[in-house]
Design a protein around this ligand. Structure first.
Ligand SMILES: [Zn+2]
Ligand SMILES: [Zn+2]
Length: 645
């Protein structure tokens, strides 16, 4: 008999060689129906693998990430089989499961695969899946493995790097692949497939190697789930911030300037300025002081901070002065600069907390393949601040930062969010900087603060940075995607490295604790997420133009300008469309540009000194005075944009 421990802590005895599927059946028939993958003593195994020793067993269904991984990994095998059958002579390389679906990198030789072939491939996959073929693992000697793949230089290379005795193959139907395991029981569970795209990919990600074709796909246990997923993709495409940024003329990129370095256009710059002003105003009330630091610093600063050791080789390389041969680096973080600001004068406990804020632009090297619109860039501006406080102040400072973050989210219409508290791995205290008491205090302060604020949170052990625990905010956008936004981190490391001190009430020198925080994260990433969340229909207080005045014909140009003046006096951002075009066309364009209010002016409006107002999306608000309209705009803004505290 062997003893199997289940996730709820219960221990059950079973005959040796029992399989995870047998265990599931012994628990309930329903569970057995839904189990698609398992892990034993922290390694992924097949649901049919006989268990021979005592250990912990976890059973996974489609609802678990591990279950999805096995589902998509198995689907990649089916894709590979379909491609081999449809395109004889192709060479398979690798095909992993990814966050959403799976891919397979294939050398198609002279053959070409394009979108028009997708349906054919999907049909083949379905045909294979319906055979309900079991996935079966077997061990293979290195010699046999090499001989099976003698015509495939890619698999040969993979096998050459494996040790004899560790090589396994997976068989299903008539198909075999080199594989480490982790499958669903059989292909019959795969009910719906979609080939999503093809793209070029270099073998082993190295551009010196041959370019292969990466075939992306996704699969689901129900057709309905696939349909829903495809609808979500369609919606996401419409909301892609790169598309919206171009349409709304917010930002652009230039090859001459460099990849990953966004250029903000006038409307985008104005949008950023409004966001910055909004946060600056709230920060001022919360007791922050603005500072400004340069974009470069001497190597020595980053040696002291530890960033050089950590990122020096893998980041932008240094800049040298021609005569003095000084060595500078582009700023990857604002924190070291702020530590030096703290050091510029001595503080006593009565001066703390000190809260230094800066919209600081930083530069971090990202490989060109990793760059993506505004979410992965090489230069970006953090809404950064560092709070230097005593340990006793940590609790209240943390709560204050949470208030600020919640204020920011609320003012921008992010309502659906969760938080994650990342704490130490309690079993390995030596991994962390700073004394145990300090950590206990900081972790308690964070948990207290999130509990006190009634936030929905999870605690993740072993997720803290080596220098301190942290709190991350995750936001769900309008179509259910999760994004990580603001972060608050406690830091015991930098105060130590920079030898920061304050004089306590005991007249002795003490170390302050440092809090890093950025409610937006970065201006670039935040604006990207905001665009995708709102589909470009930004909150009224933030949008570049709140209203557009559309004259029915040239005859009403002067009245249109007069209305513009009145709106501007009421602090409404507006513009006039006096072009010699039909009102219908002007409305369509204003709709495209996502301008919240359209104001039509013609003969009647001029005669009565009124305006005709239409809401973006088509709602007709009718005839009204400019004052009444201004009131509507103010009310709408005040509904979401409140005063901080
Ligand atoms: Zn496999
Ligand atoms: Zn920092």
């Amino acid at each position: 008999m062997i003893k199997i421990t289940l996730p709820d802590g219960s221990v059950k005895s079973f005959k040796k060689d029992i399989t995870p599927m047998d265990v599931a059946e012994s628990i309930s028939e329903g569970l057995a129906r839904n189990v698609i993958s398992a892990s034993f003593n922290d390694s992924t195994i097949e649901t049919s693998t006989p268990l021979t020793i005592d250990g912990s067993l976890i059973l996974y269904t489609w609802k678990n990430d591990e279950g999805k991984k096995a589902f998509w990994h198995s689907s990649a095998h089916v894709l590979a089989q379909a491609l081999e059958e449809l395109y004889p002579g192709v060479k398979l390389t690798i095909g992993p499961a990814i966050e959403n679906g799976f891919y397979y990198d294939v050398d198609f030789g002279e053959q070409v695969v394009s979108e028009k072939d997708f349906k054919n491939i999907e049909d083949k996959m379905i045909e294979i899946a319906r055979g309900k073929h079991e996935f079966k693992m077997r061990s293979v000697s290195k010699r046999d493995a090499l001989s099976l793949y003698k015509d495939n230089e890619y698999k040969t290379e993979l096998i050459e790097n494996l040790e004899d005795g560790t090589i396994t193959f997976c068989d299903h139907s008539t198909f075999t692949d080199l594989c480490l395991g982790g499958h669903i029981p059989n292909t019959g569970i795969l009910k719906a497939f979609k080939v999503l795209s093809v793209a070029g990919a270099y073998w082993r990600g190295d551009e010196k190697n041959k370019q292969l074709t990466r075939v992306y796909g996704i699969s689901f246990p129900k057709q309905k789930e696939l349909t829903e997923y495809l609808q979500l993709l369609e919606e996401a495409k419409k909301r892609d911030h790169r598309k919206l940024g171009k349409e709304l003329e917010l930002f652009t990129f230039s090859h001459k300037v460099g990849q990953g370095l966004p250029l903000w256009l006038p409307k985008g710059a104005a949008l950023r300025e409004r966001l910055e002003d909004f946060l600056k105003k709230a920060q001022k009330k919360a007791g922050y002081e603005m500072v400004i630091t340069p974009h470069i610093a001497q190597k020595e600063l980053y040696v002291t901070s530890g960033h050089y050791e950590k990122y020096g080789k893998d980041s932008f390389q240094s800049i040298h002065t021609p005569k003095e041969d000084e060595e500078f680096f582009l700023k990857p973080m604002n924190c070291p600069h702020h530590c030096e600001i703290y050091k510029s004068k001595p503080f006593s406990y009565r001066d703390l907390p000190k809260r230094f804020a800066e919209f600081g632009t930083v530069y971090r090297y990202e490989q060109s393949g990793e760059l993506h619109g505004l979410t992965r860039v090489r230069g970006f501006t953090q809404d950064d601040a560092h709070i230097f406080c005593t340990e006793d102040q940590l609790d209240s400072e943390f709560k204050n930062v949470i208030d600020l973050v919640l204020y920011v989210f609320g003012s921008l219409g992010f309502e659906n969010f969760t938080t994650q508290v990342s704490i130490r791995d309690s079993k390995n205290p030596e991994k962390y900087m700073g004394d145990v008491k300090g950590w206990e205090k900081a972790e308690k302060a964070i948990i207290n603060a999130v509990t006190d604020k009634g936030l929905n949170f999870v605690i993740e052990e072993d997720e803290a940075a080596f220098y301190g625990p942290k709190l991350d905010f995750m936001v769900k956008d309008a179509i259910g995607r999760q994004w990580q936004l603001g972060t608050i981190q406690v830091d015991y490391n930098l105060p130590e490295r920079f030898d920061l001190t304050y004089k306590g009430s005991d007249n002795e020198l003490h170390r302050p604790v440092m809090i890093h925080r950025a409610p937006f994260g970065s201006m670039e990433r935040f604006i990207a997420i905001l665009l995708e969340h709102t589909g470009g229909n930004l909150p009224l207080w933030l949008v570049p133009e709140q209203a557009i005045i559309l004259s029915i014909s040239e005859k009403f140009e002067i009245y249109a300008e007069k209305v513009l003046n009145l709106l501007e006096n009421n602090e409404i951002r507006a513009l006039v469309d006096n072009r010699n075009e039909t009102v219908g066309k002007k409305i369509r364009e204003a709709e495209m540009n996502k301008i919240p209010y359209m104001i039509v002016v013609g003969e009647n409006e001029e005669k009565e000194s009124v305006i005709n107002v239409r809401r973006h999306g088509g709602e007709d608000l009718g005839i009204m005075s400019v004052d009444k309209f201004s009131g509507i705009v103010k009310t709408e803004i005040n509904k979401i944009l409140k005063q901080f505290k």
